[in-house]
Write a protein that binds this ligand. Structure first.
Ligand SMILES: [Fe+2]
Ligand SMILES: [Fe+2]
Length: 135
């Protein structure tokens, strides 16, 4: 069983958003595997960089949707993204400084944050987008 299992519940009905969420789940699983399989620092660093990059891309996509369709929850949703980006930034900074010993708690945090964000914050956005006849 994978560390972060994809569930039907996570599907929000906006194709691009769903695909990107699946990709994020995949990248978190990849990071978990790299850590549990004791891959080299270089490998772990690479996976983490990939995850960071993809998070940025994905958040930008959602923020673009919010801007274009004048979504009322834009400010708080974007703030949630910013908070998470800061957290990821500090995680990778710590790793650069103190070696790449990522504790399990960090992985659990990433998974929990994404689950909750999809099910609450992104769900609201996607309901709104569906009302705008986007799919
Ligand atoms: Fe989001
Ligand atoms: Fe999202």
């Amino acid at each position: 069983m994978e560390f972060f299992e994809w569930k039907k519940d996570y599907e929000l009905g906006i194709k691009l958003v769903d695909e990107e969420h699946k990709q994020l789940v995949k990248l978190i699983n990849e990071l978990e595997r790299a850590i549990t399989e004791n891959k080299t620092d270089q490998v772990i660093k690479g996976v983490l960089q990939g995850l960071k990059g993809y998070i940025n891309i994905h958040f930008t996509v959602e923020e673009e949707y919010m801007n274009v369709y004048d979504y009322s929850g834009l400010k708080s949703h974007t703030e949630a993204h910013e908070q998470f980006k800061k957290k990821i930034f500090s995680i990778s900074h710590d790793l650069e400084e103190g070696g790449l010993d990522i504790p399990k708690s960090v992985l659990v945090y990433l998974k929990k944050w994404l689950q909750e964000h999809i099910l609450e914050t992104d769900r609201k956005l996607c309901l709104f987008l569906k009302e705008q006849k986007i799919n």
